[in-house]
Every structure is written in structure tokens, then in C-alpha cells.
Design a protein around this ligand. Structure first.
Ligand SMILES: Nc1ncnc2c1ncn2[C@@H]1O[C@H](COP(=O)(O)OP(=O)(O)OP(=O)(O)O)[C@@H](O)[C@H]1O
Ligand code: SF4
Ligand SMILES: [Mg+2]
Length: 348
């Protein structure tokens, strides 16, 4: 689908796979791709050259991507890679000390530059959130029924109906209880019910199953998958767990040190990961390891210090296939069949 052309950003041309014209950041090609995937071509969220700093720490670095109506975008990366910071930016919930550059627009509104009233008008109405710890979204000293009415403006009947829809038995009794009286799985169901009651255009879930046991995790994943039908716009799911994203998402963006190093459909990413970091993440996925595996693979090394200036490829110190140019020159954005990859050695 994408026209091939030679990479111009690096001197190691002899060892490189031919670069492709950046596709997903080229809007007309992206629209073609969305059409092919059966996604709507109405862009809900447009992120352009977006960065977030906390003091000297660069948490999100020059991200550009679009999210269309109907999309379920997964954000994957190890701890500290900037997933929650990007999620908070999408929820217009960044802390005051965060310094933002570039653009993150929801239905044309630049979220990072909204005044507090504008942010409040969006949150919980147009954009709803589900967090890893449901206590983060539930008020511990309010009965479930009271807070569903207060937060989502739901009638008692609508709240009971939604609790039933998210699989909570005896909803009338649960409405009278406090969050601490419920199990972790039930609390997460209530948090999802609260988010869905707002009939949001975008639902952002940050590590929604990380705190749960395996059986409850499967139930919540099934619930989130069904919830796609109740969210009119798009969903963004943040996780360090590839299997969670594979179960839920249409596309996955792989974040490393705040940069999107690879973007593609969940199917393509799992079947044919291109970036060395994505390949390493897949190799470390315990659910993909044969039962006979004698040891658990890990990615040697650690994330770079986010407060230090960047040069070349951020993954270079840990990359098993790095090239001479990688330490000095920023990798080019190379179009892939369903997204892009940021690497000097794509296919090498
Ligand atoms: N409120 C904050 N103030 C200062 N630094 C922060 C703040 N929140 C995050 N950071 C820093 O920003 C970087 C990215 O953190 P972030 O929480 O976004 O990563 P993450 O991928 O969500 O990690 P995890 O998987 O552990 O939740 C880290 O270096 C972190 O220490
Ligand atoms: S640009 Fe170089 S160091 Fe970075 S991932 Fe690609 S090959 Fe490895
Ligand atoms: Mg996080």
C-alpha cells in the first residue's frame, strides 16, 4: 500500500532495509488504512509532535498519532515508559507541574491548553476513565448508589440497570454498600459501570486488570470487550501486558522511553513485530513461552534516565541489532503495512 523509497536520515544505507514513506502520519494514507480496516474516518483524537515534561524528566517525547471513531488503541510499554502520562493527557488530567508541547486535540479541542472549566466539562462526560485501582475513581466514603448518581448523573433505575449489565448480581444491595465492602473485581466492575453511565465518547483505561487475580482479570477483560459496544467513540487501553492488549485492541502503540517506537494493528504486531523492542517484549511474554522453557527471558539493561538529553535511538544501549549509526542519529519513521516503525534497521 505504501510506496517504497530510500532512507535519507542515515549513512549506513548498505545495511538497511529500504525505508518506506511515513504512512500513518500522512493523513490521506491513514484514512485509506482506516477504511480498509473498516474503521470510521472521523478522527476523534489527533496527537501531533506531543511531549510532556516533569521538570527535567521527559515522560512523553514527540508522539504523533491519530485515533478514529471505532478504534480501540492499546498503549504498551514497560514501567516508566510514559503510558500513564499519555493516558492522563488524553483525560485532560495532567498534573499542574507537567509542561506540554505540541498538540493533543479531542474533537478539535486542544486538551492540554483547556482552562479548568473546559477540562471539567469534558471529564466524566465526553472522556471517562478506568484506573488500575478502582479506589482512584470511587469515593471510599460514599455509597455506590449515591456516587453513581453524583458522578454520572444517573437515575436509580439507570444505575441498577448498568450494574446488572456489567455483571453485578443483587444490584439493589450493592447500591447501598461502600466500595470497601466489595471485592477488587466488583469494585472494578462498578468503576466501569460509572464510566459507561456517562456515555463517554472516549473511554481511557489505565492498567484496568493489573491489580486483579487471573480469573477476575479474564472476567474484566471480557467485560471491557463487551463495553466497546457501549462506547460510541473510541477506547484507549494502557497496559504493560501484551496479552491484555491483544484481547481488546484493534491497534497497539509500543512506547519506549516516552516515544512510540512501533504502531500497528494488534494482529500485525503479534504476528510480525518489527521493532527490536517489540520483538523483545513478545519474547518475554510468559503466556507465549512453551511450558518446557527452562528460564524466563528478560530484556537486558534498563530504560534510559528520562532526565538526560537524548541522542540517536533511545533503545540503542539495549538493542541486540544496533548499527553504527544508532547511537548518533535519530531513527527514521518507516511506514509498515498497518502503521509505522522507528528503526534504522527495519528488516535487517
Ligand atoms: N507526577 C509526576 N511528577 C514527576 N515525574 C513523574 C510524574 N508521573 C510520572 N513521572 C515520571 O515520568 C516517567 C513516565 O512515568 P509514567 O507513570 O507515565 O510511566 P508508566 O509507563 O505509566 O509506568 P508504570 O507502568 O510504572 O505505571 C517516569 O520517569 C516517572 O518517574
Ligand atoms: S534504531 Fe538501531 S538501536 Fe534503535 S532499535 Fe533500531 S537497530 Fe536498534
Ligand atoms: Mg502507569
Amino acid at each position: 500500500m505504501f510506496e517504497r523509497q530510500k532512507a535519507k536520515t542515515c549513512d549506513c544505507a548498505d545495511v538497511h532495509a529500504p525505508a518506506l514513506r511515513p504512512g500513518p502520519e500522512n493523513k490521506s494514507l491513514l484514512l485509506l488504512f482506516f477504511r480498509k480496516e473498516g474503521l470510521s474516518c472521523v478522527m476523534l483524537i489527533e496527537i501531533e509532535d506531543f511531549s510532556v515534561r516533569y521538570g527535567r524528566v521527559k515522560a512523553v517525547a514527540q508522539i504523533s498519532l491519530q485515533i478514529a471513531r471505532g478504534d480501540v488503541l492499546g498503549i504498551l510499554g514497560e514501567s516508566g515508559s510514559g503510558k500513564s502520562t499519555l493516558a492522563l493527557a488524553l483525560m485532560a488530567l495532567l498534573p499542574r507541574h507537567a509542561r506540554v508541547s505540541g498538540r493533543l486535540a479531542f474533537e478539535g479541542l486542544d486538551l492540554a491548553r483547556l482552562d479548568p472549566a473546559g477540562r471539567r466539562a469534558l471529564r466524566g462526560r465526553k472522556i471517562a476513565a478506568v484506573f488500575q485501582d478502582p479506589f482512584a475513581s470511587l469515593n471510599p466514603v460514599m455509597r455506590i448508589g449515591t456516587q453513581l448518581a453524583a458522578f454520572a448523573g444517573a437515575t436509580r433505575e439507570a444505575a441498577i440497570d448498568m450494574l446488572q449489565r456489567v455483571g453485578i448480581g443483587e444490584p439493589e444491595r450493592r447500591m447501598r454498600q461502600y466500595p470497601f465492602e466489595l471485592s477488587g473485581g466488583l469494585r472494578q466492575r462498578v468503576a466501569i459501570a460509572a464510566a459507561l453511565l456517562c456515555a463517554p465518547t472516549v473511554l481511557v483505561a489505565d492498567e484496568p486488570t493489573t491489580a486483579l487475580d487471573a480469573a477476575t482479570e479474564r472476567q474484566i477483560l471480557a467485560l471491557l470487550r463487551e463495553s466497546r459496544a457501549l462506547v460510541d467513540g473510541a477506547m484507549v487501553i494502557v497496559s504493560h501486558d501484551l496479552s491484555v492488549l491483544a484481547a481488546l485492541c484493534t491497534r497497539i502503540a509500543v512506547l519506549y522511553a516516552g516515544e512510540v517506537v512501533e504502531l500497528g494493528t494488534a494482529t500485525d504486531l503479534l504476528r510480525a513485530p518489527r521493532h527490536p523492542y517489540t520483538r523483545a517484549l513478545l519474547a518475554c511474554d510468559l503466556r507465549r513461552l512453551p511450558k518446557s522453557a527452562a528460564r524466563f527471558p528478560t530484556i537486558a539493561g534498563q530504560l534510559p534516565d528520562p532526565a538526560l538529553p537524548r541522542r540517536g535511538c533511545v533503545f540503542a544501549p539495549r538493542c541486540p541489532v544496533r548499527l553504527p549509526c544508532c547511537a548518533e542519529q535519530a531513527p527514521p519513521v518507516i511506514a509498515a503495512p498497518s502503521g509505522f516503525v522507528r528503526c534504522h534497521a527495519m528488516g535487517a
